[in-house]
Design a protein around this ligand. Structure first.
Ligand SMILES: *Cc1c(COP(=O)(O)O)cnc(C)c1O
Length: 387
């Protein structure tokens, strides 16, 4: 059976070139990067060249890149580390209602230890308003953490303006850029960003690796303790093959950025138009402009998202409803609800996320299979009323 993978916001295929680059670091250059012999030096050199590759992709200095175990860990280290470092300055954090659980749950944890958190609302497109952000700032605010692009509905936030506002008030600005890196051009200098989270497996690198960018001079307290790896911010023997693969994935993303964006945007637009034209009572969730080039999120009236995913899976199409993390729980997506979508429509949502490897053929296959599946599910639904 044909298999079409369209769940690239959950994870991506590792690029063949990335795998090739990683291989020698498992069984030839397998030294510990902290060791003083040739094996160790070889590993240490590989780490530094990966650090350059990651830094180049976001316009940072290599010394501002800290390798971590992924996006979740980067978010945790950033938020907790800034909160603890600034405890005597204030106890207020500002974030948004549509963040990834890696940010939301870390903020909830801080609330339990006496921090105050403002969860800013979003508009129908999932956008945080700059004036809401400005109004939420108090004398106590020490951190603003707003994601660059949303993993469910693809909204790209205007982080540059938010960063400027934060800098003006001497507040640290963190952004979870896990979904946008490799799909949206981003320069940490230009965008006034102090801390930024990246994850390797969302950009065709291996899983379990990521990075945190920390602007030079930013006060941050470590939250993991051990040896002095990653300048004390993230101790633990570095995952050298993983980091080497992550670096390569960043290099490829950097070199192909324009081409990738053009390829994915054109397939995305074709898919959105094809679905909305073919299926009545379907609505696009998320914005029409400033939207991730690989994100399609559509709700179908009187259809259960989960039933839809199962039916698509039976014809070999991998997609998702809500985010991968919330998809095993039967709760409507907090992101869709925050945009004002009704609970029923939130349950009927389908997220299709593309990658640079998605083809015209894949999109054609979805456009062939999806409409009859929706029609069949509706014909069995007591909620469905045809006009
Ligand atoms: C996937 C994702 C994460 C978590 O990254 P991991 O590397 O899987 O821990 C964090 N934030 C966003 C927006 C994501 O999409």
């Amino acid at each position: 059976m044909k298999r079409v993978y369209l769940d690239n916001s959950a994870t991506t295929a590792v690029d063949r070139a990335v795998i090739e680059t990683m291989l020698p670091y498992f069984d030839k250059a397998y030294g510990n990067a902290s060791s003083f012999h040739s094996f160790g030096r070889e590993a240490a050199r590989a780490l530094e060249s990966a650090r350059d590759q990651v830094a180049t992709l976001i316009g940072a200095k290599p010394s501002e890149i800290y390798f971590t175990a992924g996006g979740t860990e980067s978010d945790n280290i950033a938020i907790l580390g800034i909160a603890y470092a600034n405890r005597d300055k204030g106890n207020h954090i500002i974030t948004s209602a549509i963040e990834h659980p890696a940010v939301l749950e870390t903020c909830r944890h801080l609330e339990e230890s006496g921090f105050k958190v403002t969860y800013l609302p979003v508009d129908i497109d999932g956008r945080v308003s700059l004036s809401d952000l400005r109004d939420a700032i108090t004398e106590e605010t020490i951190l603003i953490t707003i994601m660059h692009a949303n993993n469910e509905i693809g909204t790209i936030q205007h982080v540059r303006d938010m960063g400027a506002l934060a800098r003006d008030r001497n507040i640290a600005f963190h952004t979870d850029a896990v979904q946008s890196i490799g799909k949206v051009p981003l320069d940490v200098e230009f965008s006034n960003i102090d801390l930024l989270s990246i994850s390797s497996h969302k950009l065709h690198g291996p899983k379990g690796v990521g990075a945190l960018y920390v602007r030079e001079g930013t006060a941050i307290t470590p939250v993991i303790f051990g040896g002095g790896h990653e300048r004390g911010l993230r101790p633990s023997t570095e995952n050298v093959p993983g980091i080497v693969g992550f670096g390569k994935a960043c290099e490829i993303a950097h070199n192909r950025l324009d081409e990738d964006i053009e390829h994915m945007s054109s397939l995305r637009d074709k898919l959105i138009k094809g679905i909305l034209d073919a299926i009545p009572k379907s609505v696009l969730n998320g914005p029409c402009s400033d939207r991730l080039c690989n994100n399609v999120n559509i709700s179908f009236e009187a259809v259960e998202g989960e039933a839809l995913i199962l039916a698509l899976d039976r014809v070999g199409i991998a997609a998702s409803t809500g985010s991968a993390c919330s998809s095993k729980k039967s709760t409507a997506s907090h992101v869709l609800l925050a945009t004002g979508l009704s609970e029923q429509m939130a349950y009927g949502s389908l997220r299709i996320s593309l990658s640079r490897f998605t083809t015209e053929d894949d999109i054609g296959y979805v456009l062939e299979k999806l409409p009859p599946i929706v029609e069949r599910l509706r014909s069995m639904s007591p909620l469905w009323k045809e006009e």
